[in-house]
Design a protein around this ligand. Structure first.
Ligand code: DP6
Length: 359
């Protein structure tokens, strides 16, 4: 269900001071627990989702801006990147109903990621949220609006959603929820909300170890993946399941029920992959190593009764999730049993983080 939210179009003439300056934001990636997979209309989700905000995986973006003719120049990790530049220019053009003033502003953007491209970490979530936080900072600095932090984050999340759905969850600390659900107060399809205070504190310090089963490029982009849901025979059942899983997961996280947390999180990961396998054309995004790692994680959990589980993005790499209290045991297990199944032994350590920050 969509609640209408209309932001007044900001023209250059509305500015209270000359629109020129420089602004920098750092914004994190996130890992979904209940997955967003399927969208319609203007970037509206087919089902609600929730994610852990990460700490170490982030984008740093510096934006220089001045009055001009709507030009965008983008440097990624120090080098001009015209394909990323074109994506941003297209996005800026697409939001001219909200920010028409950007058509008369030149932007020079310097972006870099803290994580390697091959890690399969969602770079659009961190990059697009960093971009929209910079744009909202321009509004705050020159149009005398968004002075309340809550309004600032809401609009940043709203714009981030238009740039890349999952990006809208990244601006908040710890746990971001996006998409209307009747059981989740204030939830909406238009932007994400901070639900970190609605869960047990054990989840505030959860660890995320990313096991790189394969460092190759993904065989299907997430936008193509979303589109495949339009004709997936299981789509309706899936959207119902996601709604139920979200309500059940939030309840489990509220009470600190780790068994239920694990059950739902793994079901979500495997459902995402099942949906890809049953799409037309069909994709198998896991590799042999992904399956070996999954079996080992489940066997370890069975033997030790420790609350270690995994989730997956739309790719082959495993995101292990576990409470900080079992970090030592899990690290021993990773080193002795899992590392050998990772490409070049590659593992990226992350944890739940505090959201975006102004630099
Ligand atoms: C599997 O947010 O990357 O990571 O809206 O087309 O930019 P676009 O898609 P994107 O999709 C992310 C899908 C996912 C699940 C999730 O993060 O919820």
């Amino acid at each position: 269900m969509e609640k209408k939210l209309e932001y007044k179009a900001l023209e250059l003439a509305d500015a209270k001071s000359a629109v020129a300056g420089e602004i920098s934001w750092q914004s994190p990636s996130n890992i979904a627990l209940v997955k967003y997979w399927g969208k319609y209309g203007r970037q509206l989700p087919s089902n609600p989702s929730v994610s852990f905000t990460l700490k170490n995986a982030h984008t740093k973006m510096r934006m220089k801006y001045k009055e001009g003719s709507g030009q965008v120049i983008l440097f990624f990790e120090g080098e001009r990147n015209t394909s990323f530049e074109a994506r941003i220019a297209k996005f800026i053009d697409s939001i001219k109903d909200v920010y028409p003033f950007l058509q008369a502003i030149d932007l020079e953007i310097h972006s870099s990621n803290s994580f390697p491209h091959s890690a399969g970490i969602a770079s659009s979530a961190s990059a697009m949220s960093a971009l929209c936080l910079c744009l909202c900072s321009i509004e705050r600095n020159h149009f005398a609006s968004l002075t309340e932090q809550a309004d600032f984050l809401k609009k940043s999340s709203y714009l981030s959603r238009l740039a890349s759905g999952s990006a809208c969850r990244s601006v908040y600390p710890k746990l971001g929820q996006w998409g209307y659900h009747e059981a989740i107060v204030s939830s909406t399809d238009l932007y994400a909300i901070d639900v970190s205070e609605r869960v047990d504190r054990i989840f505030h310090s959860f660890k995320n170890s990313i096991l790189i089963a394969s460092a190759k490029e993904k065989s299907v982009s997430s936008s193509a993946g979303h589109q495949l849901m339009e004709n997936n025979p299981f789509a309706e059942v899936r959207f119902k399941q996601a709604n139920k899983n979200l309500a059940d997961l939030m309840q489990a996280m509220k009470t600190g029920d780790l068994n239920e947390f694990i059950r739902i999180v793994e079901e979500e990961a495997l459902t995402l992959h099942a949906l890809m396998m049953t799409s037309n054309p069909s994709y198998i995004l896991m590799k042999a190593n992904s399956l070996v790692l999954i079996e080992k994680v489940r066997a370890f959990r069975g033997q030790t009764k420790l609350p270690l589980c995994f989730t997956l993005d739309a790719g082959p790499n495993l995101h292990l999730l576990y409470p900080a209290s079992i970090q030592e045991e899990v690290q021993v297990f990773i080193q002795s049993e899992l590392k050998q199944h990772c490409e070049n032994g590659m593992i990226i350590e992350d944890e739940v983080g505090e959201g975006a920050s102004l630099l």
